[in-house]
Design a protein around this ligand. Structure first.
Ligand code: HEM
Length: 420
């Protein structure tokens, strides 16, 4: 097997954020898939956890929300009941409670509503590339990948342009709370006790709360279109409006979820183009069929959401071992996406891969990504505009990964470009 991560000897500690500093520890996941499909990891930061690493297991157990609940936290870190109640969004609930909220917000992110943003997204891609490609050498992760998702989300929810940079950095602080480059309050290194009731245990959560509230109030006062946020705050069939606290948490979830996952999918795509010119050529010559399959394959490749956690609500015996009620179970999407049992040549990028049953969006479960149509459209349009303008792109320095085992990808990607 190809050694993708040189610091990984096949026995990386999955609980340690440093194990992901050179990308996901692929050798470890491969060994686990082949020899230990259900494994236990001791965790210095709290109770240990189980790992599900095969595609089939990740997919089928993600569906089992009765046996594996989202309602006790979705990251490996433990939460008290008080913290959970204060910080949770509908992502940390199970059906039927989850379904009610999801139905309320699903329309705003449905395929047809998102398709309506195509022209706006293309314009935004143009603006970003005009600036970024004005120089022959650039950091493609920072100057291209980091720019699109948050600016777009800002437009969709009606954030004024001048606030977009602030929003991008708050999004980083909120979710990239394990990387000292993005926050002073590194989760496993600093004392974050004072922020324990805030989303992601980060003070950025409080600032975002306030921002969301001010934004919607000022729009309402000015009689402006409240867009997607307004849609979300519409009363449901029974006349119930989303409670204030839940709305604030939902806003934080959008900032976090919409920001870095798409960014790291774009940076992984640009990294692939910079190192495999044949992919660039294929995209440039791409027909509609290729553009239909390519975004999913590049997202499978990037797998920016490394895992999501569940908690067992009853004992479960699997692969000869027993998961006890109350144990934490991690669904490693990143490993499922490299499983030879599901994918032919999983370590190769096949832009025409079809079918492509990747699990990067949490497919199979009730929480399957709400932003998936938006993410796929963003990636397609950005890459279409990129290959239209750029004849050749090559990496001209070391790339760097975010420090973190939850959501991650390439945060620095120095490249040299030659325009057409
Ligand atoms: C390539 C980009 C993306 C990836 C790989 C991704 C991945 C995921 C995954 C794996 C989940 C499931 C979590 C779970 O099972 O508990 C999820 C849920 C979610 N995602 Fe995404 N996401 C992406 C982009 C976005 C975007 C652009 C948005 C919004 C603007 C978004 C909003 C959400 C929301 C709100 C949920 C929670 C849904 C629920 O609990 O029902 N995501 N995403």
């Amino acid at each position: 097997m190809t050694i993708w991560t040189p610091i990984d000897d096949g026995y990386a500690d999955l609980s340690n954020h440093d194990s992901f500093l050179a990308g996901p520890p692929e050798n470890t996941f491969k060994r686990l898939r082949d020899h230990e499909p259900l494994s236990w990891t001791a965790f210095a930061g709290g109770a240990g956890f189980w790992n599900l690493v095969r595609h089939g297991d990740v997919f089928s157990h993600n569906r089992d929300f009765r046996g594996l609940t989202s309602a006790r936290g979705i990251r490996m870190e433990d939460q008290t009941e008080e913290e959970y109640l204060a910080r949770r969004t509908f992502q940390e609930t199970d059906p039927p409670e989850h379904t009610k909220v999801r139905m309320r917000v699903a329309k705003a992110f449905s395929k047809p509503v998102i398709a309506g943003f195509e022209t706006r997204i293309r314009e935004l891609c143009d603006e970003i590339l005009d600036v970024a490609l004005a120089k022959p050498e650039l950091d493609a992760a920072h100057e291209i990948a980091r720019q699109l998702p948050m600016r777009l989300l800002g437009q969709i929810i009606g954030v004024p342009n001048e606030d977009l940079d602030w929003l991008v950095s708050k999004g980083d602080e909120l979710i990239a709370n394990t990387d000292p480059e993005y926050t002073e309050h590194v989760l496993d290194k600093a004392d974050t006790e004072a922020f324990r009731l805030m989303p992601f245990r980060s003070p950025a959560g409080a600032e975002l709360y306030q921002y969301a509230e001010d934004l919607i109030t000022s729009k309402r006062e000015a009689g402006e279109d409240t867009g997607v946020l307004g849609m979300i705050l519409e009363p449901d069939e029974d006349g119930n409006v989303m409670p204030k606290h839940e709305f604030q948490n939902f806003f934080c979830l959008l900032v976090a979820a919409g920001n870095d996952t798409t960014r790291y999918s774009i940076s992984a795509s640009l990294h692939a183009l910079a190192n495999k010119p044949e992919l660039h050529e294929q995209l440039y010559a791409g027909d509609d069929a290729l553009w239909e399959t390519a975004p999913d394959e590049l997202i499978r490749w990037a797998s920016p959401t490394r895992y999501f956690r569940r908690t067992a609500t009853r004992d479960l015996t699997l692969h000869g071992k027993t998961i006890r009620e109350g144990d934490k179970v991690l669904l490693w999407f990143v490993s499922g996406n490299r499983d030879e049992r599901m994918f032919e040549n999983p370590y190769a990028i096949d832009l025409r891969r079809h079918p492509n049953r990747h699990v990067a969006f949490g497919q199979g479960g009730p929480h399957v990504c709400l932003g998936m149509w938006l993410a796929k459209l963003e990636i397609r349009l950005l890459l279409q505009e990129f290959v239209k303008r750029v004849a050749r792109v090559e990496q001209n320095g070391e790339h760097e990964y975010l420090r973190g085992n939850f959501v991650g990808g390439i945060k620095r990607l120095p490249v040299r470009v030659a325009l057409r």
